[in-house]
Design a protein around this ligand. Structure first.
Ligand SMILES: *[C@@H]1O[C@H](CO)[C@@H](O)[C@H](O)[C@H]1NC(C)=O
Ligand SMILES: *[C@@H]1O[C@H](CO)[C@@H](O)[C@H](O)[C@H]1NC(C)=O
Ligand SMILES: *[C@@H]1O[C@H](CO)[C@@H](O)[C@H](O)[C@H]1NC(C)=O
Length: 971
């Protein structure tokens, strides 16, 4: 804003200087000819140059002449929508003082060199005019130039700044959105401009030169400095900035800055706007901000600032009476809001979200009467919010209280003084009644009251926000009864999330613009509508209901769709076989239904498919060979069907991205193909309970993702689908899960690629256990039980250091139990029963913890815990409890580098890098709080797609376990 004002002021000043009101009668023929030539060479689709006729060019539109000399001194063709080339004859206007060609489309030609010949030029604006190529250094001849704006042409480059250093009269320089990556000398050049007042280099790819290695600033008259979004600067805050004592606006957001904000900040006493957001700044907010008495806007969000906000605020207060924007979101600030906040009466925008603030929210906040935006979500605030908090907040537009322990208790007759556009109360206590005061909010666009303890039927009036409501999230409440038969009147609605409620009846007709429909985990029944939403539906989530009937064929035609989850219903019939290449599906989950028939061959045309869940149905036949074209597939779950035939060799050739391959509990027969050795990402292999025969294959040792220390092992890829919630937060709409049995118990894994397991049990496999299995040091579970495997237990099993569960029961194994197994410090389940093992059972270490059930049916085994005594007598070992018996989940979490104990677990990968604002629901993940208004559909998905679906690894360093049912809380 300020920048624009400044720009206008400087422009006006120059204009007054140039133009005297009365115009002279005639113009010089040479100059007229130059203009005529320009007009002839240029394309003027809007006829803006139609007045360029007659002799007196001084009267032509955009042209001004000097009163004294009669020469053309101004050419102002900004926003004339001109196209084409600039005729060099223009160079004939030798007396030009003012030249504006901005916002035209010169189609990627170079900036003409002859502009450098306008010796009198003081004002030059070529912004947004679609030039390309290097800036001609001839511009350096414009020694009288005061105003230069070349911004907005990303194709324009500057390789060195030498020419800039010669523009010694310059007061205003805007090179934003140019490509300046090669301009190592930019700062030195700018330092030769002692009169400079405004320097704008926003998003200009500035190179990572050492900003601090700089002697002394010359341009101390600088008022506005904007280097925002030059992400490569990678330095600490440069110290010369603190000498710019006239600075009123400083924007260094998104510059990759690190280190602390020094106390010298207090020297910039003229500052009105300070933006250092989205950097890596740490430490406290320096006390010296108390000297910035003119401050209006303060943006420090998305850093790692710490310390007590109360202390900072109190030192600020005497001076901060004019503060309008206080944005400290996404830091690590502590403290509370009492005793200071209400004193900043001028506040319009307050964003303190995603910090560690605590205490009550003082009701005096209701006196900050200009407040329009209030976001305190994702903190640890406690206590009650009542009408008093909003007493005078008549301008409030956005209210976000989510993810705090707040109880929101309004009198049900309360009529708020405001009209909100967005309201977020996620995970606060609002219910049991749906907040009646929302009824008065006729402009409301986004409502998030998920997890707020609301029960009973939704009020009818909520369906009347037909002209405004775009997003409604009432998930995880106890909403009962039916939805209206049609919601089509909600024309603006794009997001409807009602998962985890007790809704009954059938799926309502939906508005055509719907993008996300999540009615999963309810009691809905009836069949799927012929048409669910319109072409823009991205996410269709209807799992865990009682839906029946067949899948309508239209589903194949919904080409925007990315995720379909119809799992855990009573759907039946054959799967649709009409999928096509235009689709963008990432995930299909039809598991746990009654589908029958073959797997449709057209699934092979879904080249973007990453996860396919068809388990727990009655599917039969062989795997369609077309499936091998789904080469991005990471999870293929076909377990518990009646599929038959051989396990195809092409799985190894075509599906090399596979992390999870589950074909268990089917009728697959034949040998396991050696080609599967090419599955280098595989971490979970379930072929159990089939009719496989032949030897246990040696290739298992080649599953390198199961070798400890492999990069894949640390950062398994996954995808997560997020949508924009309220107040800039994102929430997860879908996470891939896989149900797996581990140590006899059912687990549900979110981002399940962490259970590293091989299960070949209950088949007809023969031969020895290949010793190569010993190289799978990251394997957590190995189950070869109920086969015809013979020979000894290889000593090499002792090298699988992560092994927690080993089941070799019901085979023909012989020989003794290798002593090396004692080294398996994680082992807590061991089943060797019903083999032909002999000799003494190893003792000590983990073996202390196994009872005789581990060894039943081996008549020749002896020693503790069996009562059979070994002959000759072995000496008795004292029982030492070296290792506690872990409960299953503790163990799992240890695998993940954390310890935590619950009975059912979700393993959640948290990107810990920049920001942590998203709802932890079930398997909800966290994503950077992006400040874009992008509605649904993330760039995130797109970015992932572009990157072959692998996540940026730097953000994957923390893992947490959450209880399945409990309210997970961010650690
Ligand atoms: C300051 O600017 C003058 C010219 O205006 C130049 O001679 C001098 O070298 C500059 N100082 C620095 C430290 O760059
Ligand atoms: C609120 O904003 C108005 C302008 O919109 C301004 O005149 C008034 O002074 C502001 N109130 C306070 C308390 O700052
Ligand atoms: C739903 O109601 C049941 C009992 O009626 C209660 O135990 C449960 O906590 C409620 N759930 C929510 C999300 O309010």
């Amino acid at each position: 804003m300020g920048i624009i004002v400044k720009k206008v002021l400087i422009a006006l000043a120059l204009w007054c200087l140039v133009i005297n009101t009365r115009e002279i009668a005639a113009c010089f023929v040479t100059e007229r000819d130059a203009l005529v030539a320009l007009n002839a060479s240029i394309n003027d689709p809007d006829g803006r140059l139609s007045s360029w006729r007659g002799d007196n060019c001084c009267n032509w539109s955009g042209v001004r002449c000097s009163k004294k000399t009669g020469h053309v001194i101004q050419l102002d063709l900004g926003e004339y929508t001109l196209q084409g080339e600039i005729n060099p004859s223009l160079a004939g206007l030798t007396n030009l003082v003012y030249l504006n060609l901005s916002q035209n489309d010169f189609g990627g030609v170079s900036i003409p060199e002859f502009i450098g010949s306008f010796k009198m030029l003081r004002y030059l604006d070529l912004s947004g005019a679609h030039f390309a190529g290097p800036v001609p250094p001839q511009l350096g001849n414009l020694s009288r130039l005061q105003y230069l704006d070349l911004s907005g042409s990303q194709m324009v480059t500057v390789d060195n700044f030498h020419w800039v250093s010669k523009l010694t009269s310059l007061r205003y320089l805007d090179l934003s959105w140019l490509y300046l990556a090669a301009s190592l000398d930019w700062l030195q050049a700018v330092n030769m401009l002692p009169l400079l007042q405004v320097l704008l280099l926003n998003d200009a790819s500035l190179p990572a030169t050492n900003l601090n290695c700089f002697p002394q600033v010359n341009f101390t008259t600088l008022k506005i400095l904007d280097l925002k979004s030059n992400t490569n600067l990678n330095s600490s805050l440069p110290s010369w900035i603190w000498n710019l004592s006239s600075l009123s606006e400083l924007d260094l957001s998104s510059c990759g800055l690190s280190g602390e904000i020094p106390n010298e900040l207090g020297k910039l006493t003229s500052l009105k706007s300070l933006a250092l957001a989205d950097n890596k700044l740490k430490g406290g907010i320096p006390r010296s901000v108390s000297r910035l008495c003119k401050l209006v806007n303060l943006h420090l969000s998305r850093n790692i600032l710490s310390g007590d906000i109360t202390k900072t605020a109190k030192s600020l207060l005497p001076c901060m009476k004019g503060l309008q924007i206080l944005d400290l979101a996404d830091n690590k600030l502590k403290g509370n809001l009492s005793g200071w906040l209400e004193q900043i009466v001028s506040l319009r925008v307050l964003d303190l979200s995603t910090n560690s603030l605590s205490g009550a929210v003082p009701a005096s906040i209701g006196n900050i009467s200009n407040l329009t935006y209030l976001d305190i979500s994702f903190n640890s605030f406690k206590g009650t919010i009542s009408e008093l908090h909003f007493l005078n907040l008549s301008r409030l537009d956005t209210l976000v209280l989510s993810s705090n322990s707040l109880k929101i208790m309004m009198n049900h007759r309360w009529v708020p003084p405001f009209q909100l556009r967005e309201v977020g109360m996620h995970s606060c206590l609002v219910g049991p009644q749906f907040p009646t005061w929302l009824q008065s909010q006729t402009r409301i666009e986004r409502i998030d009251v998920g997890s707020t303890g609301i029960s009973g039927m939704l009020p009818d009036w909520i369906w009347n926000f037909s002209s405004s409501l775009t997003s409604l999230n009432v998930s995880r409440n106890n909403i009962t009864r039916k939805l209206p038969a049609s919601l089509e009147q909600l024309k603006m609605l794009t997001t409807l999330s009602m998962r985890y409620n007790q809704l009954e009846g059938s799926i309502p007709d939906l508005p055509t613009g719907i993008q996300l429909l999540d009615l999963s985990h309810n009691y809905l029944s009836g069949s799927l509508p012929q048409k669910v939403g319109g072409r823009e539906l991205y996410y269709l989530l209807l799992s865990h209901n009682f839906l029946s009937g067949v899948i309508p064929k239209n589903l194949c035609k919904m080409v925007s769709m990315e995720v379909i989850d119809l799992s855990n219903n009573n759907l039946s019939g054959e799967l649709p076989n009409c999928w096509n290449k235009n689709s963008h599906l990432y995930t299909i989950d039809f598991s746990s239904n009654n589908f029958w028939g073959e797997i449709p061959s057209t699934i092979g045309s879904l080249s973007s498919l990453v996860t396919l869940h068809l388990s727990k149905n009655n599917l039969s036949g062989t795997l369609p060979t077309s499936l091998q074209s789904c080469n991005r597939l990471m999870l293929l779950d076909l377990g518990e069907n009646n599929l038959c035939g051989n396990i195809p060799k092409w799985i190894g050739d075509g599906l090399q991205a596979l992390v999870v391959l589950s074909l268990g509990s089917n009728q697959f027969s034949g040998e396991i193909p050696e080609e599967l050795s090419q599955l280098h990402a595989l971490q979970f292999l379930d072929f159990g309970n089939n009719k496989l025969s032949g030897p246990v294959t040696h290739f298992l040792g080649n599953l390198t993702a199961l070798h400890l220390g492999r990069p894949e092992w640390d950062a398994p890829p996954f995808i997560e689908f997020m949508v924009y919630g309220v107040g800039g937060a994102y929430f997860s709409v879908y996470t891939n899960t896989l149900e797996a049995t581990y140590r006899g118990r059912m687990l549900i894994f979110g981002k399940c690629y962490f259970l590293r397991s091989i299960d070949l049990s209950t088949n007809q496999l023969t031969g020895d256990i290949p010793s190569e299995i010993g190289s799978l040091s990251a394997l957590a579970s190995l189950n070869l039980s109920r086969n015809y495997i013979e020979g000894n237990i290889p000593e090499e099993l002792g090298r699988i250091t992560e092994l927690g569960s080993l089941d070799l029961s019901w085979n023909n194994l012989s020989g003794s139990i290798p002593q090396g197994l004692k080294l398996l410090g994680m082992l807590s389940v061991l089943n060797l029963s019903y083999n032909d093992l002999s000799g003494k059972i190893p003792s000590g270490f983990q073996f202390q913890t196994f009872d005789e059930l581990s060894y039943l049916g081996n008549v020749n085994l002896c020693g503790a815990p069996l009562s059979r005594i070994c002959l000759p007598n072995g000496s008795k070992h004292r029982h030492r409890k070296l290792h506690q018996r872990f409960d299953m989940v503790t163990y799992l979490c240890m695998l993940l580098g954390f310890a935590s104990g619950f009975s059912i677990v979700l393993v959640i990968l948290i990107s810990s890098a920049a920001a942590r604002k998203a709802y932890f629901e079930f398997t909800d993940n966290i994503l950077n709080k992006l400040h874009t208004e992008a509605d649904l559909k993330l760039h995130f998905n797109r970015a992932l797609a572009g990157r072959n679906l692998s996540m940026p690894t730097e953000s994957q360093n923390s893992l947490t376990c959450y209880h399945f049912e409990g309210p997970p809380s961010p650690s």
